[in-house]
Design a protein around this ligand. Sequence first.
Ligand SMILES: [Zn+2]
Length: 191
Amino acid sequence: MSKVRIEVSARHLHLSLKDLESLFGLGYKLKPLKNLSQHGEFASSDTVTVKTKGGQIDKIRVIGPLREKTQVEISVTDARKLKINPPVRLSGNVAGSISGTLIGPKGEIKIKEGIIIAQRHLHCNPKQAKKLNLKNGQLLSVKTIGERSLTFHNIAVRIDDNFDLSLHLDTDEGNASLLGGVCGFGDLINK
Ligand SMILES: [Zn+2]
């Protein structure tokens, strides 16, 4: 069995250029705070409030670089707070997902769709995929290690040159298996 690193992603959002400028002002550039494990991705010091009819969550961090489509990734706990029921989706697949209002320092916008619960996914580059015999889009399982060890199923494999081997879970999933809020390790079950 192969060990994989597990990273727990807190709620965050990705913005399109148009939406960035509506929220932060024309010509605004995100302020990078920290590079993330996936090459080119960074956490910015910029945050946005997400509001629905049922509630709001402040200070949701913007992750750069900009994307084609705006997308808000929250946990099920967050969804309860907002009184919405978002679909579980892979990044980028936002068609027909949940609407809401985004509020930035310079303006606010309504998004027709874009609020999702992220599907569990394993990032890897082509070399790592070959070594582990993984195919893009396949589903696998990872068993976490520790006092509250559990096995996560339906993890989608995503292969890209910019990726590095890492399982991405959200905070609800990380908390459920006592991953310490940030990082842990698990055994990859490739079946
Ligand atoms: Zn990810």
